[in-house]
Write a protein that binds this ligand. Structure first.
Ligand SMILES: Nc1ncnc2c1ncn2[C@@H]1O[C@H](COP(=O)(O)OP(=O)(O)OP(=O)(O)O)[C@@H](O)[C@H]1O
Length: 566
């Protein structure tokens, strides 16, 4: 199997060294005669009590690394040595793994490994017990027989001739289909000495399932490969803005018009109407879409950090700052869009600095005097009332002009209630997918009921309502009760005799598909509003009635209905 002192053109490649108990060489051949090798192995051998010698290791520090197989007896150490590229993996395996026989036994007897080994004449040399059992053969009876007389449809002889491996072939044997592999075996000289036939899967069905799964995954990959460039291009573009109402149609038109122009856009509208979505759509339809939009939520940054967040800072600019300094959002937004959300919440002192940057694109990091520049397109959004803030000097007029080259108002949901069916259905599907819930659907009258509500929390509130219903409805059919809107529905409800403060045209919402629930919700909101007004004006009914926009007598009537004791 292994020849000692094998010589090649490059000199002695291998050898043997036998050491006495004291590390003295008692026999040496080939590489084993090298004094350097003897000295190194002698040291290792003498220290074997401290550091036991592994069965196989590499001897370093010689002219070439040498692989050593060690066979230690009580009194002598025997080492077989060879240069790294001169070994035989089987010899190494058998020498260094003392349970190598168990591993081989496992391969030939494992109940799941049905194998047949043939020699170069296609005569059976070995058949694993499980394979013998399958063919109804007594142990060893097939040995020496032509494989074709034992295994029907065998192609082992063909594989011996072709020298080519066959993997995953279906072979029918004894009326059963099996998925098999056939492998020719060569010796180190490259001659085919035999072949192994092996059952890979017991039935093609298992392979079919696997292949169907692979096919499905391939299709999925193909889909994403096709879609990815488009999705990258489009991002959350216009198609993510659900709705076919006139209001949404106009909104989309405006987005498409303004997106390619490199002007500042201010998005106004109540909370939850979709300003964020609109900002993304504008960015995606602009030439700056190549780089991701940079987002800043002015309301979410603590006042003392707004400046550092926006302009960045130099190392050690303030306590707690990162040592190497940090890039600010303006700098990050170079060549892309900067989305300043909740700009109405920006402190006045920061407004001045932001204005300066907006005027010429230049800024300084906190703690630095170097002027930097950034070329960004600004989109800002706020649900605040700018008229009021400008009047009370809470927002700088010059900044307002800068940020609002174009202002887009995103309409509240109550102005486009005809979009509710589309939105509700899309959210139903989205949340069923997200929560892995199946087969939920809206029962009769639910969509009409949803359309009858004024949605002061807008689309975000509708979304939450549907999500709650998907999760908590006990039956597959989602009922109006499942969609009950929480009490904090609050101020948006149009009260009898009270103008809806949000509505432009004061149209009443479409008639309810579920009058009782609507009435209940209205009554609750009415009560809340009335009590809130009374608290605000410390029980002064005249002022409360004025505030609510109803007559005093109407307020008294309402109070008597609520609680005669009030
Ligand atoms: N037309 C729409 N189609 C589908 N989803 C929408 C639509 N409009 C808004 N949404 C969804 O409603 C939620 C709230 O929208 P968004 O955050 O854009 O509102 P916003 O106006 O920015 O609110 P805020 O002023 O509170 O920041 C988001 O999950 C958004 O995806």
């Amino acid at each position: 199997m292994y020849s000692v002192n094998k010589k090649t053109n490059s000199g002695t490649r291998s050898g043997v060294l036998v050491l006495s108990i004291d590390g003295v060489a008692v026999f040496a051949a080939g590489t084993g005669q090298d004094s350097h090798v003897q000295e190194k192995l002698g040291t290792l051998w003498k220290n074997r009590d401290l550091r036991p010698l592994p069965a196989m290791f590499t001897l370093k520090g010689t002219s070439e690394p040498i692989t050593v197989l060690s066979f230690a007896a009580a009194a002598t150490g025997c080492f077989v040595l060879y240069r790294h590229d001169g070994g035989d993996p089987l010899y190494e395996f058998v020498s260094s793994v003392d349970f190598s026989a168990d591993i081989l036994r496992h391969f030939v007897t494992d109940p799941y490994e049905a194998i047949t080994v043939v020699d170069h004449e296609a005569r059976v040399r070995y058949m694993s017990p499980v394979h013998e059992k399958f063919f109804g053969i007594q142990r060893g009876d097939a040995s020496g027989a032509d494989v074709n007389t034992i295994i029907e449809n065998s192609r082992l002889a063909a594989v011996l001739r072709s020298g080519k491996t066959e993997v995953g072939q279906i072979q029918t044997m004894r009326g059963k289909s099996r998925v098999v592999s056939r492998t020719p075996i060569t010796n180190p000289e490259g001659q085919i000495v035999g072949a192994i036939g092996q059952v890979m899967f017991k039935s093609p069905a298992a392979v079919e399932t696997l292949s169907a799964e692979i096919k499905r995954l391939r299709q999925e990959i193909n889909f994403y490969e096709r879609e990815l460039p488009r999705m990258r291009e489009a991002g959350p573009g216009l198609e993510f803005i659900i709705g076919q109402s006139e209001a949404v149609r106009k909104l989309k038109e405006r987005i498409e018009k303004v997106a390619p122009l490199d002007v500042s856009v201010l998005l106004v509208g109540e909370s939850g109407v979709g300003k964020d979505l609109v900002a993304h759509a504008i960015h995606q339809l602009s030439r700056r879409r190549i780089k991701d939009m940079v987002l800043v939520n002015a309301a979410a940054i603590p006042g003392n950090l707004v400046e550092a967040e926006l302009f960045g800072y130099d190392g050690g600019a303030f306590t707690g700052a990162e040592k190497r300094g940090r890039t600010g959002k303006f700098e990050e937004a170079d060549h892309t869009t900067l989305f300043l959300d909740e700009i109405g919440d920006m402190p006045l002192d920061i407004q001045v600095k932001v204005l300066r940057t907006l005027q010429d694109g230049s800024f300084q990091r906190v703690g630095s005097s170097t002027q930097r520049r950034s070329d960004f397109r600004l989109i800002s959004a706020s649900n605040r009332d700018f008229q009021r803030m400008l009047a009370s000097n809470d927002f700088r007029l010059d900044l307002f002009y800068r940020i609002s080259a174009v202002t887009i108002r995103v309409p509240p949901l109550r102005e486009r209630l005809e979009d509710v069916p589309l939105l509700a259905t899309a959210f139903l599907e989205r949340f069923m997918r997200r929560h892995q819930i199946q087969d939920k659907y809206f029962g009769p009258g639910v969509i009409e009921y949803l359309q009858s509500l004024p949605w002061p929390g807008n689309i975000r509130q509708l979304q939450h309502t549907i999500e709650r219903a998907v999760i908590f409805s006990e039956r597959n059919e989602i009922s109006c009760d499942d969609c009950d809107v929480p009490l904090e529905l609050g101020t948006g409800i149009v009260l009898e005799g009270i103008d809806d403060p949000f509505s432009d045209d004061h149209t009443t919402p479409p008639s309810s598909g579920r009058p009782v629930a609507v009435r209940k919700a209205k009554a609750q909101v009415e009560t809340d509003m009335i009590l809130d007004a009374l608290r605000r004006f410390e029980g002064n009914k005249k002022k409360a009635a004025e505030y609510l926009g109803i007559s005093r007598s109407h307020l008294y009537k309402k109070l008597s209905e609520l609680d005669p004791g009030l």
